[in-house]
Design a protein around this ligand. Structure first.
Ligand code: CU
Length: 257
């Protein structure tokens, strides 16, 4: 009898241990907390923004926003495993969302290695539905002659564009979309931190200067402040989304290539 009790006690102890490990799992890594979330909208037939710059460990989420023809879209890395030339860093994990057909459906990828990542929609590559993510600092482009469809090659933002104000505006756009997305996912604290971090670097940025030249810097900063207030008091997603949309529209003049 005592043996059974001892066995039972050991079993319960083991179960509790597993439970603690399991519960402790998701909150564990401190690096994950530093991660920002950028959202690229998947539309008919382009990615918005078509290019952006992030830091290692940042997450990019592609969200399906349009699917008028019903055939869907994919987000697929240029990689030999997809019968395409290698256009992501050697050693980086390739990705393929598979067919996305439901509006609101999303696919996410965490970029860990520095470098240039090009991707395409398997259905509309020929129509130039391609995108580029630069991870880390200055990068060098791929050779132009790599057998991409002409429309695809000409739609990918150049390294120069992404390293300049256009790229900053693209990244800001994706970051703002990320804030709306995080709010939607009830991750308001993360959204707020992402916003504050952006605000702290914005004032010194070339983007701020460019917006000043357009005469909309103050308006843009006001939107960021409103957004901060909304997130701080846990305002509904509709109010957050509206403010994000307004801030995004102020970037329009810079993001039209
Ligand atoms: Cu597509």
């Amino acid at each position: 009898m005592e043996r059974w009790l001892a066995l039972l006690a050991a079993l319960v102890a083991a179960l509790i241990g597993v439970l603690f490990f399991w519960l402790g799992g998701p909150t564990r890594p401190s690096t994950e907390i530093a991660q920002r979330v950028f959202v690229v909208e998947v539309r008919d037939h382009y990615f918005d923004p078509p290019g952006l710059t992030v830091q290692p460990n940042d997450r990019v989420v592609w969200v399906l926003k349009e699917n008028a023809q019903g055939n869907g879209h994919t987000v697929t890395a240029y990689h030999p495993s997809q019968d395409r030339p290698l256009r992501i860093p050697a050693g980086a994990r390739p990705w393929n969302s598979g067919l996305m057909t439901q509006i609101g459906q999303s696919y996410s990828y965490v970029f860990s290695l520095a470098g240039v990542y090009d991707y395409f929609c398997a259905l509309h590559e020929q129509q130039g539905m391609v995108g580029r993510v630069i991870v880390g600092g200055p990068a060098s482009a791929f050779a132009v002659e790599q057998g991409l469809p002409a429309a695809a090659q000409s739609s990918i933002p150049t390294i120069e564009e992404l390293s300049g104000v256009v790229g900053e505006a693209f990244s800001a756009l994706a970051l703002l979309q990320g804030i709306a997305y995080l709010t939607e996912q009830s991750q308001t604290a993360l959204a707020l931190r992402q916003l504050k971090e952006f605000q702290s670097v914005f004032s010194q940025s070339a983007l701020a200067e460019a917006l000043a030249k357009q005469g909309v810097r103050e308006q843009f900063e006001n939107r960021l402040s409103v957004l901060e207030a909304l997130l701080s008091r846990g305002a509904p997603i509709s109010a957050v989304a509206q403010t994000v949309a307004h801030a995004k529209s102020l970037l329009d003049a810079l993001t039209r290539l």
